[in-house]
Design a protein. Sequence first.
Length: 235
Amino acid sequence: MMITIQVLQVPSVVPEAYWDLFLSSVSDERRAQAARFIHQADAYRSVLGEVLTRVTLSELTGIRAEKLSFSRNTYGKPCLAQYPEKPFNVSHSGDWIALISGGTAELGVDVEKIVPIDLQIAERFFSTQENAYLSAQPADQQLNTFYRLWTLKESYIKAIGMGLSMPLNSFAILPHVHQHGKHDWRCNQDGQIVRHRFYTHSLDEQHMLAACAVEGELPAQPEVVTLESLCAELT
């Protein structure tokens, strides 16, 4: 089964008819959580992340979206209760939600909004090799490079299901240049290259996306999902 990465851009306002449908399609816990958010944008991201997950996993399993149920592993990573062997992972930040699904091995995805930060934070969370790579980039590219490395690292720890219980500086993800000039990203942990595959992509000038798969091919481009298509699947 192919691995897919889907992305949904969250609008500033979701039409009321759509929002009512989306709220009716998520768990009671999610609806209660959405009602507690101070900022509507947070509610949108939370609810739409679950809606996108339910619609996609419904297609993969044949179970109606509203009948799907979820559980979590020891480290808090969600899984599908009815089909724990069908991997998926979801992330949201800023204007985007990302979902990775398909295949038979663990998956991870991370999206981050790019905001100005003190790049010295990398010294706390990145490996020595990653810090050297970051420092070697032109000054005007260092912020984007930081977020590319950060999302790649987050996608890896999410794929292996341990979250931040694994220190971010305990492994290094760096570009590997092939003879023909193209490059991919590889993870070195404890002196060994892990077999995981990586994908990274700028969604727009303010958002970075990365994904990780234990095995299988990652897609060349994410699939863009719309509110309209989600509504059509739910009705």
